[in-house]
Design a binder for this molecule. Sequence first.
Ligand code: ADP
Length: 765
Amino acid sequence: MTGTNSNRVNFGTVITEEIIPKLEPQQAESLYQLGKDLIIALLNSAPVGLYIVQDGLFRYANPRFLEVTGYDKDELIGTTSLDLVYPDDRDMVRQEAVKMLKGERSGEYEYRIISKSGQIKWILETVSSIIHEGRIASLGHFMDITERRQAEEALAIKSLLLEAATETTLNGILAIDNQNKIILSNRRFQEIWQIPQELIDAKDHEPVLQKAAQLIKDNPDTFMKDVHSLFQQKEAKERQERWLKNGQIIDRYSSPLLDINGEYRGRIWYFQDITERKHAEEELRIKNSALESSINAFAIADLEGNLIYVNNAFLKLWGYSSSREVLGKPTLAFWQLQEKALAVIEMLKERGSWVGELTAKRKNGRIFDVQLSANLVFNENEEPIYLMASFNDITKRKRTEEALRESEKRFRDLVELLPETVFETDASGSLAFANEAAFNTFGLSPGQSSSKSPVLQIITPEDQGRARDDMQRILNGEKLGGIEYTAVKKDGSRIPVNIYASRTIRGNKAAGLRGIIVDISRHKQIEKELKETLNKLEHSNTELEQFAYIASHDLQEPLRMVASYTQLLARRYQGQLDTDADEFISYAVDGVHRMQKLITDLLAYSRVSTRSKPFEMTDCETMVDQAISNLQIPIEEASAVITRDPLPSIMADPSQLFRVFQNIIGNAVKFRRAMAPEIHIRAEQSAGEWVFSVRDNGIGIDPQNKDRIFTIFQRLHGTVEYPGTGIGLSICKKIVERHGGRIWVEPNDGNGSTFYFTIPVNGNS
Ligand code: ADP
């Protein structure tokens, strides 16, 4: 063996130096030729690249080498071998070459070359030294390992990417193999589940699971069970939400890891913190349900004006039963005047918002008024994307406003029609309102203001102090009725007025006065005239009574004389003169008697007011009993039966009350029919007065004479039939009226009549 490579047999050397010299020249020649042809064929067809470099220059390159490098044989042979090497790798290749030349054993090494087309290729090379043309050279053979290197690099990058992706993702990741050993996890996973590094390093997934379960809020056992069941049914995919004790919500997704053949190789979990998303969803849900339950109608449309959302209130207001009926429809369809609605949409797009009133159209065609508040909705790039509006049904409000206007007009018209002054002052003291009469009478018109209240201004200086005090009292909340002052009219004349005023309240504070000024000159005039007439009447009445009294009183004396002499005549000459004279005398006596009776009654009538006594507590039972005993003779003659209920004590003039009972009971006995009179007396209290009644079964009274009989001298019968003067009931009327009561008669259902009179319970003078 020769050459520097001691333990390697150099095939070429063996042939050239050991076999060939021993052959016959002819044999050798043909063998040599054979070997040479064989080698050339081998080299040409070798799947590895082969080359010979001597003195740093290429001496030989086989077709595979040329194929890999891309050069022609002619281009390559004679060029510097290192030129082919990628610059970064040249040092290494040079060192390897030096090592080899020094006789060191050459190994395999990898480096890069640059092909003719500029491609960088990875080469796995083995170099050995040979003797070429008598001198040492290196024989290299190599394989193109570019693809393998690329695959390795891709793998390295992939694993880097995986690592980066695993660490940078916001999801927690945990993967285990089919032995339940951890093969992948990231920091986020540890953070979410608070897993210490040692547990991850230990690779066992069970303690990791235990630790995670401690954080589960509701039921850690179910959590464990869920996870374990996934190991049993390896194919299962699962997504679940997990609530942690600290309020976090974790979205957990688990999927099996299957290889290319579908074999189970492990399982991977993704954990995502969806707390915020959940809260946002919740908020959205709340907002949405608020919108749905809102009493305000609400709608959203796209920029073309087609509805994409409406709430329940909208459907209700417009009379639809389902949003399917309206979604996608143009908003214009919901308004009475489409042009107006279109203009609103245009303005909305222009200005970004619009508030106003529109007349809407219900599904059934009926119209109603709404107040609309609309906005544009923008995306994050400040581009408008939707139209949004809320609606309020203001039909009722409009109707109320109209009714209010109507009512305001009604009252204003009436106030303007009033002949009396109507005014209102405000907090500043100026006239907030005054009607036409205010101007016509006092020259007051709204807006007037002065140092004095405009109302005080029209009061005479003498009354102003009092008026100011009164106004203040009213402002303080006192309620005063109409107060009388003297006012000065526009023309300077003075008139008496009554002012009725109340304060106006604004925000819990007295703001001013509102009132009416009534001209009472006419009332005053009438009052004055009435008083004068009354005075005159009283005067003449007194005169009349005096006359009646004097007349009846003074007539009594001469009458008594006439009476006694006619009686004397009758006694002394009865039967001594002729029969005519007897008759005349008896007429004269009778007439005198009647005149006496008349005069006594008239005197009694006038004495009701002249001889009246103060009222005192009077027992009516005593009065009635006395009257009955006074009437004893006629009662017995008529066989009258008189009964009475218990009677009260009242404030009265006793002798006058006695007279009333006597007159009425006396009449009841006198105006009887053929049968015996039955008379009943009673008293009932009602509405602050005693109502006395005397019921008889006598001849009764024609209702048309009910009032006449209480007038003096009025009688319904001749004196022959029923004697009397016609004064009794007039006296009763006068007495009852003096006591503050009334007297009247009612026919009974059957026979007779009932006389009533009242006396106030508390007395009345
Ligand atoms: P006189 O009894 O003197 O006629 P009065 O003033 O008492 O006068 O009565 C006036 C008239 O009223 C009587 O004339 C009589 O016609 C009528 N009158 C009064 N009381 C009764 C009675 N109880 N029933 C029927 N008529 C009566």
